[in-house]
Ligand binder design. Structure first.
Ligand code: GLU
Ligand code: MG
Length: 432
């Protein structure tokens, strides 16, 4: 075999990207019939041990079926050869859908959403990460931006070449922290880009003598590192439908109903969107991550934030207007993260009386106004119990997928149970 010029990848329940390589000559056959894969791989924890209570054992086979629209060509870099990289659906050996594939789960959620509403979901994942190996520097500073060169310029170029449509690249507030945003796109593409972006960032950092970490925390008392998921809805003609000047927060009724589903199921959703043993240390008040389960205009402590729009240069607000879900991090699988938000939003849209229109807290609301908002889970186990208790959310999943997710996440918790918070944060950071 020549070097694995092709790599076909999936992303697992802990957000780890795994897959198989093949020589370039196999390009056509890999596209046609994929590469072998094993159901038990879904039972792997982030720490690379298989969870004993996973639904999958030593038998069974799957295919990793590349989606040809995901093909990117990663250019060579110094001595490191380039490669063709694909994202795959995990299928049964005959090519039919496998009920536990995270990417298939998102495709179905999006299909169901459009069938029920006639609307399409547009999304973008905003990533923060920490770049280790630089001089200490001030938040948001030009110094930090320059210290990260040539990594920064190379990263923007790499993401552009790979079709990830980078938008902003900035030094952030936390120690050694940066942020990268990409343009909004169709929801499946947005989640695919999130899977790839983390890998491309980490890979490039290593080649520049640095180390990139997307872990939710580097230090229990330090600044959190989040993934914020921006969502908007458009009609068949691509016209945005979330904006309505006459409504609270300028959020159209369809958006309010969509939000009500996310708010109602938020505790269970976090078991998918922030699923590591240290994710809930970040999701606490006064950290500008999420201070509680509420919807608010331009408030960085809201679970769902109505983002600002700008009228400069005559830009219209409709297209910019979007909802930002802030309780995600990069220990989650992007396909599952977006899928559970869409499913919850759809439950809100379809839901009737059980999903009352939510309060839209205004930008100037005081802490006292938020006193009664529900709290997020305070630990991974708390979130997993909320998931088991929420029969609406649990019902979205193939029972084997649900069992395996609970098993993987509980085993991760057990593996780190004897550590202090500081050690746990370090251990999680070492694999993200
Ligand atoms: N670092 C914060 C988080 O943990 C987000 C800060 C911001 O709004 O960019 O989510
Ligand atoms: Mg940020």
């Amino acid at each position: 075999m020549t070097y694995p010029e092709i790599f076909v990848a999936t992303c697992d329940l802990s957000g780890q990207v795994r897959g198989r390589g093949a020589p370039s000559e196999a390009y056509e056959s890999v596209l046609r019939s994929g590469l072998g894969w094993v159901p038990a791989n879904l039972g792997l924890t982030a720490f690379n041990e298989i969870a004993p209570k996973s639904a999958f054992g030593s038998t069974g086979d799957l295919r990793l079926k590349p989606d040809k629209f995901t093909e990117i060509t990663v250019p060579p870099d110094g001595d490191t050869p380039g490669m063709k990289l694909f994202l795959a659906d995990q299928t049964n050996p005959d090519g039919s859908d496998w009920g536990c594939c995270p990417r298939t789960f998102l495709r179905k959620a999006l299909g169901d959403f459009t069938d029920a509403t006639g609307l399409r979901v547009v999304a973008s994942f905003e990533h923060e990460f920490v770049l280790r190996g630089l001089q200490d520097s001030a938040p948001f500073s030009l110094r930090r931006h320059r210290d990260a060169e040539p990594f920064g310029t190379d990263l923007i170029r790499l993401l552009s070449v790979c079709g990830l449509a980078p938008e902003n690249w900035l030094p952030e507030y936390g120690r050694d922290q940066f942020e990268i945003t990409v343009e909004p796109s169709d929801a499946l593409v947005a989640a695919d880009r999130a899977v790839l972006l983390r890998e491309l960032v980490r890979d490039l950092a290593l080649r520049r003598g640095l180390e990139a970490s997307f872990a939710p925390l580097q230090d229990p008392d330090g600044t959190g590192t989040g993934v914020h998921v921006h969502i908007s809805l458009v009609d068949e003609q691509g016209r945005p439908v979330l904006f309505d000047e006459s409504k609270p927060g300028r959020l159209a009724e369809i958006g309010a109903r969509f939000s009500s589903g996310i708010l109602r199921h938020a505790r269970a959703l976090t078991a998918w969107t922030a699923p590591s043993p240290t994710s809930f240390l970040r999701l606490a008040p006064h950290r500008w991550s999420v201070g509680g389960i509420f919807l608010a205009e331009r408030n960085r402590e809201a679970l769902l934030r109505i983002c600002p729009t700008s009228s400069m240069g005559g830009s219209s607000p409709e297209r910019q207007f979007n909802l930002e879900y802030r309780a995600a991090d990069a220990t989650a699988n992007p396909w599952l993260t977006l899928a559970v938000l869409i499913r919850a939003g759809l439950a809100g849209i379809n839901g009737g009386e059980e999903y009352p229109l939510p309060i839209v807290f205004s930008e100037d609301c005081k802490e006292a106004d938020l006193q009664d908002v529900p709290e997020l889970p305070t630990s991974l186990e708390d979130a997993l119990m909320a998931l088991e208790d929420d029969h609406v959310v649990s019902s979205w999943f193939d029972p084997d997928l649900l069992t395996t997710h609970l098993a993987v996440k509980r085993h991760e918790g057990e593996l780190l149970a004897s550590l202090t918070d500081a050690e746990r944060v370090q251990r999680v950071a070492s694999v993200y």
